[in-house]
Design a protein around this ligand. Structure first.
Ligand SMILES: [Zn+2]
Length: 95
């Protein structure tokens, strides 16, 4: 199984040069475009299309993180330390 930091390195290897060339703002616009594409197909019940769009969104998120030198694995575990950050439970019991 691919770990989060391994996926981040993969995205760096493949896309960092491209992303640095286009810059943060254009990279962010690509993310928003992909979110729009997910919105369009979300009610289609076509799981294959939906999973592809979600993968695109995650890839652009990692591109942004790489441009800002943010460690995604550390960030995710820091924000979500195996429990809900609000109620501190797993599963969450927030109302
Ligand atoms: Zn909660």
């Amino acid at each position: 199984m691919l770990k989060i930091n391994e996926f981040q390195q993969l995205m760096k290897d493949i896309y960092l040069k491209r992303d640095q060339k286009q810059g943060l703002n254009k990279t962010f616009i690509h993310l928003i475009e992909e979110i729009g594409e997910l919105a369009e197909c979300l009610n289609s019940k076509n799981k294959e299309i939906i999973q592809n769009e979600i993968a695109d969104i995650v890839a652009w998120i990692f591109s942004i993180a790489n441009l800002l030198e943010i460690d995604m694995e550390a960030s995710l575990l820091n924000k979500y330390p195996m429990k809900c950050p609000r109620c501190k439970n797993n599963p969450c019991i927030c109302k």
